[in-house]
Write a protein that binds this ligand. Structure first.
Ligand code: PRT
Ligand code: ZN
Length: 286
């Protein structure tokens, strides 16, 4: 019996639910934490550690955890020596500059020399430097959006999702500094045994992600429409074609990217297809 891998996820917050769901959708059972720091899976050699998101990059760098799930914004801000293994596609948000709505903003240059409040001094200073701006950064740990109102700073740099927090505080978003989403991070050095388990986990995550982008499509069409429908639905190798009880008609089964489906649906119908069903795919191994 080999070692367990340790995965650090956020204990309670915006990332917690999706992080846990991702692991469970991989067929890995994780007992409910009930406030404990750690849960051991009964069916995969993994221990899940429940931590504050800000601490996850540091724990991974120090080897306390082999893997972590954190916001790209936090990973980038901490600047730890860890590798981003992959983007996970959830908790999407942006780190943006915002100013009071009456500020006559035209270009980034208008911010030059200003006081900017943020919890992300490292990402912000990189951005300012790249854009040739010199500003005074005021690092504050929370409620950044109130800084202009209380006279602490003329602008802020904070996480924006729907934009309603900015709006209720009389602010407007003027530039995106960093696009973020949840990421899977790992330590740069891993033993071969642990790497094997990480690869196994990553394979499962990948098959879920691929499945999300594709749909299974079934349709009926006259045989004469087949050449055109095959062009529109190439499938993984080529579509499955089965005869219907009605002569001259076939059922076509294939997979299609969700985005392509909406683009192609009119063409597919125009080619003669009817009774079109589109079904989600749970896992997809290419
Ligand atoms: O307790 P712990 O330290 O673990 O959690 P936390 O409070 O530091 O983090 P949490 O749970 O709030 O966020 C975790 C991660 O979720 C962040 O690091 C981001 O990667 C991501 N995320 C996604 C967000 C948002 N959306 C978000 N909207 N993080 C914060 N916000 C806040 C933002 O700071 C602002 O106050 O929501 C407000 C803006 O939201 P809108 O919708 O009004 O624009
Ligand atoms: Zn935090």
């Amino acid at each position: 019996m080999g070692q367990n891998i340790r995965l650090a996820i956020q204990k309670s917050g915006r990332l917690s639910e999706e992080s846990l769901k991702l692991i469970r959708d991989c067929g890995i059972q994780v007992p409910a934490s009930n406030g404990t720091l750690k849960a051991v899976s009964p069916n995969f050699p993994i221990e899940v550690l429940f931590l504050r998101d800000d601490d996850i990059p540091g724990y991974v760098e120090e080897g306390v955890a082999d893997l972590g799930i954190a916001g790209g914004n936090v990973v980038e801000e901490k600047g730890r020596n860890i590798t981003t293994i992959h983007k996970l596609g959830f908790s999407k948000c942006r780190l943006s500059l915002a100013v009071p709505k009456e500020f006559a903003y035209q270009s980034l240059q208008d911010l030059n020399g200003m006081d900017i409040a943020t919890s992300y001094p490292r990402i912000l200073s990189g951005f300012l430097q790249n854009n040739g701006l010199a500003c005074n950064i005021h690092e504050i740990s929370g409620s950044v959006e109130i800084a202009p109102g209380i006279g602490l700073a003329g602008a802020i740099c904070d996480i924006v999702s729907s934009g309603s927090t900015l709006l209720t505080n009389g602010l407007k978003e003027v530039a995106v500094v960093y696009h973020s989403e949840a990421v899977l991070v790992g330590s740069p050095q891993t033993s071969p045994e642990k790497q094997q388990l990480i690869d196994k986990l990553w394979f499962r995550i990948k098959s879920l992600q691929q499945a999300k982008n594709y749909k299974y499509i079934l349709l009926n069409a006259p045989e004469t429409a087949l050449p055109r429908i095959k062009e529109l639905l190439p499938g993984m190798r080529s579509p499955t074609v089965m005869p219907l009880a009605t002569t001259g008609w076939v059922s076509v089964h294939s997979v299609i990217r969700e985005n392509d489906f909406w683009e192609q649906i009119e063409n597919i119908r125009a080619a003669g297809a009817e009774g079109i069903l589109v079904i989600p795919i749970e896992k997809m191994i290419l």
